[in-house]
Design a protein around this ligand. Sequence first.
Ligand SMILES: [Zn+2]
Length: 66
Amino acid sequence: MGKMRSFIPAAARLFCTFCGAEIAAGEPYWAVNGAVVCEACLPEFARQDYLGCRCVRGREGRHDAS
Ligand SMILES: [Zn+2]
């Protein structure tokens, strides 16, 4: 005999949009513009999202770094 306690059905499982890892119960994740980002992917996601804000110390205002 089993006791049912906070059982999560398979349909309610959540996966990271970037790496496909499952977001387990109790784990933090970020829901951004319909995407699901796990904690491991957040730094990479943030890098892409803020690419336009990227600066290099000492080269502020220069965009011809080629
Ligand atoms: Zn991920």
